[in-house]
Design a protein around this ligand. Structure first.
Ligand SMILES: [Zn+2]
Length: 111
C-alpha cells in the first residue's frame, strides 16, 4: 500500500542529493530534518527517525531511569565548567537577541 509521495511544490528541477532518508526502524522515507543529528553516522544523521528514536529513548529512560540519571549527573559533574559556560552563553544570547522569539519549529511529518 504505497502512497504517492507528496510532491514538492517549490521548483520542478530534480535535485542531485535528495534530502530524505529511510528510517531503518519504521521503513518510512522522511526528510533529513526528521532525523536526529548523530556524529557517529556517516551522513551525520541517525538511522532512525525522530519518532522512532524518541519513542525508544523515552522507553529506555522509563526503564532505566536511575541509570539515566546517574549517567547524566556524572556527565554534568565531569563537564560542569564547560556546560555552565555554554548554558550561560546560550541564555545570554537568547536574551540579547533582537526581534520576536521564534520557537523551534521542527518539521513535523505526518504519518
Ligand atoms: Zn522511524
Amino acid at each position: 500500500m504505497a502512497k504517492a509521495s507528496p510532491a514538492r511544490r517549490s521548483g520542478g528541477a530534480t535535485r542531485p542529493s535528495p534530502r530524505v532518508k529511510r528510517c531503518t526502524a519504521c521503513k518510512r522515507v522522511k526528510p533529513l530534518s526528521a532525523f536526529w543529528r548523530r556524529a557517529a553516522c556517516p551522513d551525520g544523521r541517525d538511522r532512525w527517525c525522530g519518532d522512532c528514536r524518541g519513542g525508544y529513548f523515552r522507553n529506555w529512560c522509563a526503564a532505566h531511569r536511575d541509570a539515566y540519571n546517574t549517567r547524566q549527573r556524572a556527565y554534568y559533574r565531569r563537564n560542569r565548567a564547560r556546560l555552565r559556560a555554554y548554558n550561560r552563553e546560550y541564555q545570554r544570547r537568547r536574551r540579547v537577541r533582537p526581534g520576536p522569539v521564534r520557537h523551534h519549529d521542527r518539521a513535523v511529518t505526518g504519518a
